[in-house]
Design a protein around this ligand. Structure first.
Ligand SMILES: NC(=O)c1ccc[n+]([C@@H]2O[C@H](COP(=O)([O-])OP(=O)(O)OC[C@H]3O[C@@H](n4cnc5c(N)ncnc54)[C@H](OP(=O)(O)O)[C@@H]3O)[C@@H](O)[C@H]2O)c1
Length: 305
């Protein structure tokens, strides 16, 4: 094991939620050495390098690549975009991390796993893979910290409500009257960075992360209205119409199926959860929807003066 080696952050370029990119910045801010793994050389890789990270290129589905990037690292954050090879990538990482010997592996999962069991899975291939990945990591015997966030404000609410709020002042989702408590990936990344910086007290823990309030989508729309100083309403659209829109947008089948399941679970009240993981680990409460929309007002069509 490399006692003083860097901390490996996978998925560091960042796409939707960009947890890895934010974790990289937070660790560098703490003066810790970071090896940031990206899939390709591009502007995002250059920005990570400019920020002070050692940037390595590799494919999380290629064992030789994973061995090359993990070797010499003392700790690992493992997370990557929602995709069909997630379980294979997790098991590859676990195999390599055992071989190399790391003192902590912080694993990104999902809050839905908390309610899953052999008899009770979901129809989302991503959620099933997270559930199995968590099992495999337990069998691995590795020193693991498990992060189970609910739906992301960045990764879900910006892309999937941004256009409707910008163009029609409406949140258009098939969430029925279900309640939800979305969390900002900035808060998720703060929890991950805290666990990586000083893993001792976190090893073996499972952190469920939500925002500060669970409310129906009309309540969420009121927070958007307050943040943007204009009326935003919620329209409960037909699930079939929403699914058609996702497929028309050309989303990969794995991701589309995952999103359709998320909407079903929302309607069934499965996202009506509250957890204090953010505050417990970081000492600061999680960001509200209102504060999040204020920070990202431009992506929602701007705030009326
Ligand atoms: N979105 C949500 O609402 C939500 C809620 C709870 C939990 N989660 C979990 O959070 C995780 C996603 O985190 P995120 O949104 O921060 O990720 P992200 O920003 O969407 O993706 C992170 C990076 O993973 C990289 N990647 C994908 N496949 C790879 C491969 N084979 N090899 C190397 N790199 C690869 C991508 O590289 P490129 O950009 O170069 O393609 C991307 O930059 C998933 O585990 C998801 O289940 C998400």
């Amino acid at each position: 094991m490399a006692d003083k080696g860097p901390i490996l952050v996978t998925g560091a370029a960042g796409q939707l939620g960009a947890v890895g990119r934010t974790v990289t910045t937070l660790l560098l801010d703490r003066g810790l050495p970071v090896r940031a793994m990206v899939r390709r050389e591009d502007d995002r890789a250059a920005a990570l390098r400019a920020a002070g990270a050692e940037v390595v290129v590799g494919d999380l589905l290629d064992p030789a690549d994973v061995y090359r990037v993990v070797r010499g690292c003392r700790r690992v954050y493992f997370g990557m975009s929602v995709s069909s090879g997630y379980l294979e990538a997790t098991v590859t990482m676990a195999t390599v991390a055992r071989e190399v010997g790391v003192d902590a592996l912080v694993n990104m999962s999902q809050m839905t796993v908390s309610e899953m069991s052999i008899q009770n899975t979901t129809s989302s291939p991503q959620q099933r893979q997270h559930w199995l990945s968590e099992q495999a990591l337990v069998w691995s015997g590795l020193p693991v910290v498990t992060i189970r966030p609910t739906v992301f404000l960045e990764g879900f609410f910006i892309p999937l409500t941004g256009p409707g709020v910008r163009d029609r002042s409406r949140i258009e989702l098939p969430f029925g009257q279900g309640r939800t408590s979305p969390v900002s990936t900035t808060d998720v990344a703060r929890v991950v960075a805290a666990a990586l910086a000083d893993p001792g007290p976190h090893l073996g823990q499972i952190y469920e992360l939500t925002g500060p309030r669970s409310q129906d989508m009309h309540g969420v729309a009121r927070e958007y209205s307050d943040a943007l100083n204009r009326e935003i309403t919620y329209l409960d659209i037909a699930p079939e119409d929403w699914e058609r829109g996702l497929r028309k947008a050309g989303l990969p089948e794995h991701l589309a199926k995952h999103l359709v399941t998320m909407a079903e679970l929302n309607r069934a009240g499965r996202y009506d959860r509250m957890a204090d993981g953010v505050e417990r680990v970081t000492g600061r409460p999680a960001m509200s929807v209102r504060d999040f929309v204020s920070l990202h007002a431009d992506e929602f069509g701007g705030r009326r003066s």
